[in-house]
Design a protein around this ligand. Structure first.
Ligand code: ADP
Ligand code: MG
Ligand code: MG
Length: 906
């Protein structure tokens, strides 16, 4: 018989922390905390296998489940000394979701299950606290109504039906906080809630406690497939097959009076990484209140005054948990009449800043090893991005403040600087960004009273998130931190009116679409746009406007990078076309150039380039090319010099020639005047070069086959520059790369031209330098015939942009029209132009490496497409034995870390 239910309580649990796949993160950690002697209310976990069974069997349960639940419930009752459904001594429970990975607020939880008129009377008698009894009951009816009976807002401007009833009553009673409602008010609320539920469902609110529990379990399993949970999993590439566990946990009460509270905390600051106890609590409240941002909670430090012994004990727990889990923990607790109960622990979500700081500090504290510090679960490589993101230019900000544009200050929950247009609704934000993406207008700040899991898509689209309510552990803060979004919460001065589409601060009124700027480092909210400036890391490394010793963030970044480099096997190069880009990438740690495109250089000398294209006879073409030669030579010289002896891969001309010609009348006229030919001639040439599908047209090595003198000129420029520099005593290592090769003879012809030119230049310059001639593998035919191509190629570089286009038959200029639907329908797991399509394109890469090395075992193989900076792709490249990845300069640190994680197998 399968075991579907795991009990925890009374100091012993059947589960353990390493059983997350089966028990979910919450269940596994409740078990672990129980086992290490922390105070956890007893309960049990229904495994994720129940959930997968539930979906595989038309939403029904395994037959043996019921008995296992009854047995576990009985043990729970024994440990807690109360009985579920007993009118004299009732046990209440919560039913809580919990997947293997935390999905904050995405799924459902119901508290205070087991209440009806009879058990309520028992609860009140037992506690002698009528108000508490009714408060618990109204919470139960509200949550059950929401989660199980589905009483949720139907329209975006509609408020929650229960909130509405509550607001009406508060208004009538002239009170602000729910703690000010009297017992009679709460009774009235329950009545109205139940009425609303009956109106919506047509049924009486259930009194049977077992029905309540099983319905709640069903709702928790059901919430695994709700829209927001599905979206969330898609964003983080978690499979839908995992399923969630359901935890039944005895209730403890933070809402019994002023010697009770409920809170959430991080063992260190998850925004900055500071080693301070960081959290919040609410006196006389239940768990959800803190996270939902209904009342703005107190800072954890104040608990030291409010409840000194509890604070001391909690601080000890903080220590125990960090030592035990060896990572920063995100905890949930409740204090019932002065007694502390632990309700949850998990590894805390953190910003990129905090991730780096935690990792480096914990190594120095001796808590973890360097290898552990580098693991992807502690520092997802993409999060390093945050350390490279711009911050507000202090001058610009000071000026804005002086001009009176500072609106308010909130809690700085997600560091960074963001400027964007105000959007009040998540779907408006999403729609706006979708429409204006890539333009200066395509930036949005999502401004809300508070956020809820429904808003996740809009949060994803926005540059920053600003809320009026909630604290540093509110939904907005948590989710922003994970997404690496700039975020300010609890900005109480904001008066937001969703129906009017305005936010009012004092005298000032801002409307939907107005610009607003938020500083996630300080919590400052500023009207209008504020200019930003480079991050500290960039200031130290690139701009040199800061010294390393002035920036703590930089120092930690540098330490982490040095650890990464010490274990990394894969080399990291950069894609750079200009000396300044090359220098930037070197500062970020690039070990060479993996792709230097030469077309940009041609655009800088477009007149000569156009003469070359218009030339009818080879002599004319050569004459035009001769004019281009010195420019190219100079450019290459600059790049070689910036790279200080590191290898530089230069790709010969790749784009179709018509890209260099003007297509409009006006441009053609101007060009005609400039180079002294008739406009007709230009128009004719443009026409003759027109292609229906330029991506598959006259481009790549095809240009050099038809016009060998182009390749010759480029080779000459490369070798002359290299020889000049070598004569000055510098090391140079050019690698000439031929694009779009599909047939061995193509490569042979081009390679011969290059070798011949090299010999000529060496003779002229009386110096010989080492160099290689290789090819891009960016056509399926090249990958399949890699054994042949390697006869000539001295290296390979996967051009995964074209290889993806040609393998998938998807143009990257045209796939925008359907890719969103593909992603939503799970046709493809990720955007194949961002992260390598492992089975298809990746399969060809693997084949290319194997066949290439079968011919030439020492073959150097790299990747130079956009994918080279994607952490998952980097890991894949490591796995199939590539020599290096190449990516844009700002992705270099990310690739270095991903490369280290690949080497560590993490
Ligand atoms: P989530 O996964 O969204 O954090 P939880 O299952 O942790 O949801 O529940 C939300 C809140 O409800 C928690 O913050 C916790 O404080 C409170 N809660 C859950 N179960 C109990 C319980 N048995 N007793 C008291 N409070 C509880
Ligand atoms: Mg929780
Ligand atoms: Mg290409």
């Amino acid at each position: 018989m399968s075991k579907y239910v795991y009990f925890f309580g009374g100091g012993k649990a059947e589960g353990r922390a390493d059983m997350k796949n089966l028990l979910g993160g919450k269940g596994a950690n409740l078990a672990e905390m129980t086992n290490i002697g922390l105070p956890v209310p007893a309960g049990f976990t229904l495994t994720t296998e129940v959930c997968t069974y539930y979906y595989a069997h038309d939403r029904s349960y395994p037959p043996e489940l019921k008995q296992q639940v009854n047995e576990a419930l009985k043990k729970t009752e024994e440990v807690m000394g109360a009985k579920f459904g007993d009118p004299k001594n009732p046990l209440l429970v919560s039913c809580r979701s919990g997947a293997r990975v935390s999905m904050p607020g995405m799924m459902d939880t119901v508290l205070n299950i087991g209440l009806n008129e009879a058990t309520l009377r028992g609860l009140i008698e037992k506690t002698g606290n009528e108000r508490f009894g009714w408060d618990s009951y109204r919470r139960f009816v509200q949550m059950y109504g929401d989660v199980v009976l589905g009483l949720k807002p139907q329209e975006k401007t509609e408020v929650d039906p229960f909130e509405k009833i509550m607001e009406e009553l508060k208004h009538a009673k002239k009170v602000k906080l729910d703690t000010e409602l009297t017992t009679d008010d709460l009774k009235e609320l329950v009545k109205r809630f139940k009425k609303a539920a009956k109106e919506r469902t047509g049924k009486d609110f259930p009194d049977d406690v077992h029905e309540q529990m099983w319905q709640a379990i069903g709702a928790v399993f059901g919430s695994w497939m709700n829209d927001r949970a599905v979206v969330y999993r898609r964003q983080y590439s978690f499979p839908h097959e995992w399923g969630t566990a359901a935890n039944i946990c005895s209730m403890v009460f933070g809402n019994m009076g002023d010697d009770c509270c409920t809170g959430v905390a991080f063992t260190r600051d998850p925004a900055t990484g500071d080693r301070v106890f960081y959290g919040e609590y609410l006196i006389n409240a239940q768990g959800e209140d803190v996270v939902a941002g209904i009342r703005t909670p107190k800072k954890i430090a104040e608990l030291q005054k409010d409840m000194p012994p509890v604070y001391k004990q909690l601080d000890e727990v903080r220590n125990i948990l960090e030592q035990h889990y060896r990572d920063v923990q995100d905890i949930e607790f409740t204090v019932q009449k002065g007694k502390l109960w632990m309700l949850q622990t998990r590894n805390g979500k953190r910003t990129g800043f905090a991730a780096v700081r935690f990792a480096v500090d914990m190594v120095h504290e001796g808590l973890i090893t360097k290898e552990e510090a580098l693991s992807a679960s502690r520092i997802p490589p993409d999060d390093l991005n945050q350390l490279l993101q711009p911050i507000f230019d202090p001058e610009a900000k000071r000026k804005a403040v002086k001009e009176g544009k500072l609106l308010a200050k909130g809690i700085n929950a997600g560091p960074g600087a963001a400027t964007g247009r105000i959007k009040f609704h998540a779907d408006d934000a999403e729609e706006w960004v979708h429409k204006h993406k890539g333009t200066p207008d395509g930036h949005v700040i999502l401004v809300r009273r508070e956020t809820s899991p429904e808003d996740i898509r809009g949060m994803q689209a926005a540059d920053g998130i600003l809320t009026a309510f909630g604290g540093a552990s509110s939904h907005a803060a948590l989710v922003s931190r994970q997404m690496g979004k700039v975020c300010i919460v609890g900005c109480g001065a904001l008066n937001i009116d969703y129906t009017k589409g305005t936010v009012i601060v004092g005298e000032k009124v801002l409307k939907d679409g107005d610009w607003i700027s938020i500083d996630g480092f300080t919590g400052d909210v500023i009207a209008g746009q504020v200019a930003s400036k480079p991050s500290e890391v960039v200031q130290v490394l690139i701009d040199k406007t800061m010294k390393p010793e002035q920036s703590k963030v930089y120092q930690q970044f540098a330490v982490l990078m040095s650890w990464a480099d010490s274990v990394r096997k894969l080399k990291v190069r950069t894609n750079a076309d200009k000396p300044d880009q090359a220098a930037q990438a070197m500062a970020f740690g690039a070990e060479g150039i993996g792709l230097c495109r030469t077309e940009h250089m041609f655009f800088d000398h477009i007149k000569e380039m156009r003469e070359m294209i218009l030339a009818e006879k080879p002599e004319d073409r050569k004459r035009a090319l001769a004019k281009l030669l010195p420019f190219q030579r100079q450019d290459f010289y600059g790049i070689f010099k910036a790279m200080k002896g590191h290898p530089v891969t230069i790709r010969t001309l790749d784009p179709p020639l018509h890209e260099f010609l003007p297509h409009e009348d006006e441009g053609q006229e101007e060009m005609a005047k400039e180079i002294g030919v008739s406009k007709q001639k230009i128009a004719d040439r443009v026409k003759s070069l027109h292609e229906f599908n330029p991506m598959l047209g006259f481009r790549g090595c095809r240009l050099g086959i038809v016009y060998p003198e182009i390749t010759e000129m480029q080779a000459r420029a490369i070798f002359e520059a290299a020889c000049d520099l070598a004569k000055e005593g510098s090391k140079v290592e050019p690698e000439v790369m031929i694009p779009l090769v599909g047939f061995l003879p193509e490569l042979k012809a081009q390679a011969k031209l290059i070798h011949d030119t090299a010999q000529k230049v060496f003779a002229e310059k009386k110096i010989v330098i080492p160099y290689l001639v290789g090819t891009m593998i960016e056509l399926p035919r090249a990958a399949v015939t890699a054994d042949q191509i390697a006869q000539e190629a001295q290296f390979f570089s996967f051009g995964t942009n074209d290889l993806t286009q040609t393998t998938l038959g998807m143009s990257r200029d045209d796939y925008g029209s359907f890719i969103r639907v593909y992603l939503e329908k799970d046709v493809v797991p990720r955007d194949p132009f961002q992260s390598i399509d492992v089975d298809g394109v990746g399969g060809l890469m693997k084949l290319g490496v194997e066949r290439g090395r079968a011919t030439r075992p020492e073959l150097k193989v790299g990747i130079c497409g956009e994918h080279g900076g994607d952490p998952d792709t980097v890991k894949f490249c490591h796995k199939i034995g590539l020599s290096y990845v190449s990516c844009s300069p700002f992705r270099v640190p990310i690739a270095r870390l991903a490369g280290a994680q690949a080497a560590l197998g993490k």
